[in-house]
Structure formats: structure tokens, C-alpha cells
Write a protein that binds this ligand. Structure first.
Ligand SMILES: [Zn+2]
Length: 134
């Protein structure tokens, strides 16, 4: 049985804590131009998240040293932070699909796969019914 050829782009997945089918010594490919918009959005959200997280920590610190913690304010800030975090996750997921030109997600492990893939690049799950020779 032949192993499916893994496209170069899939190596971007190496960052993720998943078992990978093979190692490649080559450098990561440059991001495709169509990802720039999403990447910019991801960067904006990431920066926003970082700022808001620092703001939440700072607000709590200020309240704590004055012995006047306002939980309603902190809870509201935390809820905003959570919303940005969810947005960020959604964009990262989209970015991942874009990067891979994914045709869909593996039914077994949920990894994105490309239109030409016949097996899941992560778990090897068969993505199309095996053709039976007539
Ligand atoms: Zn899979």
C-alpha cells in the first residue's frame, strides 16, 4: 500500500501537538498571499486579546491593593476577553483550512485534508471509498 504524498503545506501543522506521520527537514513554506487578510485579522485579535488580558490583570491588581475588588467589573472584562478568544480560535481554524486548501475535515480525527488527498494526512483514515478493480 502506498502512503499518500503529503503536500509541503501540511508541514505548517507541525506546530500542533498531534502525532505527525513523518518528519521533514525542510523549512516551512512562505505563507500564501490569500492568507494575508486572515493573518492580519488573527494578528489584530491576538494583540487585542493580549491587551485585554493585561488590562484585566491590571484592573484586578488595582482593585486588590485598594481592597475594593469589584467582581462585576472583572467578570465583564473576562467575558469580553472570552469573546475575543473565541473569535481568535475561529480565525485560526479558518486560517488553517485556507493554508491547506482543505477540502474537508477527517471524519475520524477532525484534521483538514486537501482535495487530492485520499487518506487523512494525520491519521491515515481513508477519505474516499477504495476503488475496487472490475
Ligand atoms: Zn484523520
Amino acid at each position: 500500500m502506498n502512503r499518500p504524498k503529503v503536500p509541503q503545506r501540511l508541514r505548517a501543522l507541525v506546530e500542533r501537538p498531534r502525532p505527525k506521520p513523518q518528519e521533514s527537514p525542510q523549512a516551512a513554506p512562505a505563507p500564501a498571499p490569500e492568507n494575508k487578510e486572515l493573518q492580519a485579522q488573527r494578528d489584530r485579535l491576538l494583540e487585542k486579546f493580549t491587551v485585554m488580558q493585561a488590562d484585566l490583570g491590571g484592573a484586578f491588581y488595582e482593585m486588590a491593593i485598594r481592597d475594593h475588588v469589584r467582581l462585576d467589573v472583572l467578570t465583564r472584562k473576562a467575558a469580553e476577553l472570552q469573546r475575543v478568544d473565541a473569535e481568535l480560535l475561529a480565525v485560526e481554524r479558518l486560517l488553517e483550512l485556507e493554508r491547506l486548501d482543505a477540502a474537508g475535515l477527517c471524519g475520524r480525527c477532525g484534521s483538514p485534508y486537501g482535495a487530492a488527498d485520499r487518506f487523512c494526512p494525520q491519521c491515515g483514515n481513508s477519505l474516499v471509498p477504495v476503488e475496487v478493480a472490475a
